[in-house]
Design a protein around this ligand. Structure first.
Ligand SMILES: Nc1ncnc2c1ncn2[C@@H]1O[C@H](COP(=O)(O)OP(=O)(O)OP(=O)(O)O)[C@@H](O)[C@H]1O
Length: 302
């Protein structure tokens, strides 16, 4: 029996260069065929932040399904987290994006038909949600070169219409050869001592992936109550950094002596200057980031 109940399908018609529109029709057709016409309401987003507002108003639904990329999932998660726990619907995901890192962490296939079939037979998994400077995130937060690549990828996609790993690689190599900046940070994990260091990349992960399938923290688990951090320390030249990125595609960078890994429930990091920073692929601007894990804060269909 399906656990979906009454469904609000929040769809970004602009996701994956407009593929979200037809995907929303197909998903609605499949879910209605299985659950009944009245059980599924479809709401298309009209622009940035709309998915968040729609999710915030979804307390009558049993399940909110986010259809789109990591950006729309990020907005839906923020809307759901604004609701009291008792009124918070469970989350389903139909990945129609270029990165799809959260769906990848959940193992949800990136084809609409397969994702719907999976949702209809899914079990509920309570997962952790991160919160940084008051903003919730489902999968990734990063500062420095890796964030610069993610943000450049987004802008490049709008410009060129390209997507996927090829696009990420193009951004990656451009940033590697032109913006390999060292960033001085002061980091406190839980109630430990403040550690000072310099970083090239600095990722704080709920799940393993960022940047469209890079397994930056291969051991990160969505339900262990912990952030996984991966920090790369200078000196690293462009060639060394490129090698680390290529190895990170399969999580094989972990043995590099330049990489440092930690786990924590909360962290505070302060940079001398505002670094490029991304949260679930969206830009975030600050030089001090205070983050904590909200354990088992959201029920996700998997
Ligand atoms: N109707 C709309 N028109 C234009 N942009 C929209 C609309 N609805 C939402 N958006 C914005 O589109 C952006 C990207 O959306 P989304 O993440 O769903 O797709 P994507 O960029 O193709 O995928 P990914 O994030 O996986 O790369 C989000 O920042 C969101 O705010």
């Amino acid at each position: 029996m399906s656990l979906l109940g009454r469904v609000l399908l929040i769809a970004n018609p602009a996701a994956q260069s407009g593929a979200g529109d037809a995907a929303a029709d197909r998903a609605a057709e499949l879910l209605r065929a299985a659950l009944g016409a009245d059980a599924v309401t479809v709401a298309r987003t009209a622009g940035p932040r709309h998915a968040c507002a729609l999710a915030k108003a979804a307390d009558g639904a049993d399940t909110v399904v986010a259809l789109g990329g990591d950006g729309v999932i990020h907005e839906v998660v923020n809307g759901l987290m604004a609701l009291p726990v008792v009124a918070r619907p469970q989350l389903g995901v139909i990945p129609v994006g270029s990165g799809n890192d959260y769906a990848r962490a959940l193992g949800i296939p990136a084809q609409v038909d397969k994702a719907c079939a999976r949702l209809l037979h899914a079990k509920v998994r309570p997962v952790d949600i991160g919160c940084v400077n008051g903003e919730f995130f489902a999968e990734t937060l990063s500062f420095g070169l890796d964030a610069a690549i993610a943000l450049d990828t987004m802008e490049r996609r709008k410009r060129t219409g390209k997507s996927g790993t090829v696009l990420y690689m193009a951004s990656g190599f451009d940033q590697l050869f032109h913006h390999l900046d060292e960033r001085v940070y002061r980091l406190q994990l839980d109630d430990g001592p403040v550690m000072q260091g310099a970083s090239i990349t600095f990722a704080v992960q709920m799940g393993p992936y960022y940047g469209g399938g890079f397994r930056i923290c291969p051991d990160a688990s969505l339900d262990d109550g912990l952030f996984d951090l991966c920090i790369s320390n200078p000196p690293i030249g462009p060639v060394g950094a490129a090698a680390i990125f290529l190895r990170a595609k399969n999580g094989n960078h972990v043995s590099s002596p330049r990489m440092e890994f930690h786990q924590a429930r909360k962290m505070r990091v302060e940079f001398d200057e505002m670094p490029p920073a991304q949260v679930d692929g969206e830009r975030i601007e600050a030089s001090v980031f205070e983050a904590e894990v909200m354990p088992a804060a959201l029920r996700v269909l998997q």
